[in-house]
Design a protein around this ligand. Structure first.
Ligand code: C5P
Length: 233
C-alpha cells in the first residue's frame, strides 16, 4: 500500500487554493478538499485540481439516511476522486448503501473511508455532548470493525489509534490520520495529536496535514519535512 502525505487544503476559494498549489513545482501533493472549499466552489474545483495531476481525497463526511447517501455517492464516483468518506455513526446500512452508490458500472470505485470519532473530540466531550460513555478507544475500534464489515477500505482516525485499528481490522485496512503536528508546533483545536515520524512508526497509511503546512511561512519546506519524516525520503 502506497503511503503518502495528504495536504488539507482548507481554503475559502479556488484562487487561494490554486495560488497555494502553484508553490509546489516538484512533487505533486495528494490534496484533501474539505467542506469549506467544496461548498464555496462546487465540483469544478475537484476537476480543476485533478486536471493539474493531484490525487484527491474529497472529505465531505457524509451522514444521512442510506438512500440519500447512496445517491450522493453515485454523484461523487463520477467526479473521479481517489478517496472519499462518511461518518461510521451513520450505521452499517448507510455504509453498505454508500459502497453500492460509489461503485461504477465497471466495478471500480474510489477508496471509501469511515470517520470514527473526530480528532477534536475527546472522552469528556463525547460523554457530555453525545452521551457515549464507553472508553473512546473502544468506540473507535467498534466503528472501525463495523466499517470493515460493511466493505469499506479504512478509517479516518487519530494517529494514536492507528496501530490498534490495524491489530483489530488487519494491516490492509487503511488508517488515514489527521491530527498531525510537528513536535515543535502549535496544537490549535486538535486534542489527540502526533508528529509525522511517530505516525509512521505506529503504522499510519496516510497522514492528513493542514495548518502545519498551509499556515507555515514556507509551505513547501513544511511539506518536504512531512515527506521526509513520514516516508523517510
Ligand atoms: O489543520 P489541521 O492539520 O488540523 O487539519 C486537519 C484536517 O483534517 C482538517 O481538514 C479536518 O477537517 C480534518 N479531519 C480531522 N479529524 C477527523 C477527520 C478530518 O481533523 N477525524
Amino acid at each position: 500500500m502506497a503511503k503518502d502525505v495528504i495536504i488539507a487544503c482548507d481554503f475559502e476559494s479556488k484562487e487561494k487554493t490554486l495560488e497555494f498549489l502553484d508553490k509546489f513545482t516538484g512533487r505533486k501533493p495528494f490534496v484533501k478538499i474539505g467542506m469549506e472549499l467544496f461548498y464555496a466552489e462546487g465540483p469544478s474545483i475537484v476537476r480543476e485540481i485533478k486536471k493539474r495531476g493531484h490525487k484527491i481525497f474529497l472529505d465531505l463526511k457524509l451522514h444521512d439516511i442510506p438512500n440519500t447517501v447512496k445517491k450522493a455517492m453515485a454523484r461523487l464516483s463520477g467526479l473521479d476522486v481517489d478517496m472519499c468518506n462518511l461518518h461510521a455513526a451513520g450505521t452499517k446500512a448507510m455504509m453498505e448503501a454508500a459502497i453500492e452508490g460509489l461503485t461504477r458500472p465497471d466495478g471500480t470505485r474510489p477508496l471509501l473511508l469511515a470517520v470514527t470519532q473526530l480528532t477534536s473530540t475527546d472522552q469528556e466531550s463525547m460523554e457530555r455532548d453525545i452521551l457515549i460513555h464507553e472508553p473512546i478507544d473502544k468506540v473507535v475500534m467498534h466503528y472501525a470493525k463495523t466499517a470493515k464489515d460493511s466493505g469499506l477500505d479504512g478509517v479516518v482516525c487519530s494517529p494514536l489509534e492507528a496501530g490498534k485499528v490495524h491489530e483489530v481490522c488487519g494491516e490492509k485496512f487503511l488508517t488515514v490520520t489527521p491530527g498531525i503536528r510537528f513536535a515543535d508546533g502549535d496544537k490549535g483545536d486538535q486534542k489527540r495529536v502526533m508528529d509525522p515520524a511517530a505516525a509512521r512508526a505506529i503504522g499510519s497509511d496516510y497522514i492528513v496535514v493542514g495548518r502545519p503546512i498551509t499556515a507555515a511561512a514556507d509551505p513547501v519546506a513544511a511539506y518536504e519535512r512531512c515527506i521526509k519524516d513520514f516516508l523517510g525520503e
